[in-house]
Design a protein around this ligand. Structure first.
Ligand code: ZN
Length: 176
């Protein structure tokens, strides 16, 4: 935990002690995850500070590292628990990394559709939903997208073509 003098050295004008005490009064510490027990939006905790609603995960990061996460990056959870603010469960990633992380983890999650019950299915219906969302976003250039399909194909142990077909809705989960 960074000390108060360290915060001031980093040029902070507003007393971070207030932020710190607000943070701790809203956290319930469990052996693994630290649960945010105050205001939440879509599962993520928020805290009001100097005119802004700040993400509780960002405040946790700030209090433990002495600086805010890079503005162009997002904080991802290793524990997949959006309300968790344990700094040990947070890592800085890009939106795409977060997406890939979700897809990689989602592969082991059971779903309720026929495709998921088929032991030969390598891509769950939940993954397909995420793939479709990604496809609709059309991230990056054509070449970057090709690299992404390749990466996802490696994660799921299928061909890039299969991934692309699943993502574009040309192929269904259970036919796989
Ligand atoms: Zn956690």
């Amino acid at each position: 935990m960074a000390t108060l003098t360290e915060y001031y050295r980093r040029g902070l004008t507003t007393n971070p002690k207030i932020l710190e005490s607000r943070f701790w009064s809203r956290v319930k510490i469990h052996p693994s995850c630290w649960e945010w027990v105050a205001g939440k939006h879509q599962g993520y905790g928020y805290i009001y500070w100097i005119g802004h609603h700040k993400r509780a995960t960002h405040v946790s990061w700030f209090l433990h590292h002495g600086e805010w996460p890079p503005p162009d990056k997002i904080l991802c959870h290793t524990c997949d628990n959006p309300s968790c603010v344990n700094p040990k469960h947070l890592f800085v990633g890009t939106r795409r990394e977060n997406f890939l992380d979700c897809v990689a983890k989602g592969r082991n999650r059971g779903g309720g559709t026929r495709g998921d019950r088929n032991p030969n299915t390598k891509v769950s219906s939940q993954d397909v939903t995420q793939l479709c969302a990604l496809y609709a976003m059309r991230p990056g250039t054509r070449r970057e997208r090709a690299a992404l399909w390749k990466q996802l194909a490696a994660i799921h142990n299928v061909t890039p073509n299969t991934i692309q077909q699943l993502a574009s809705g040309k192929r269904r989960c259970r036919s796989h």
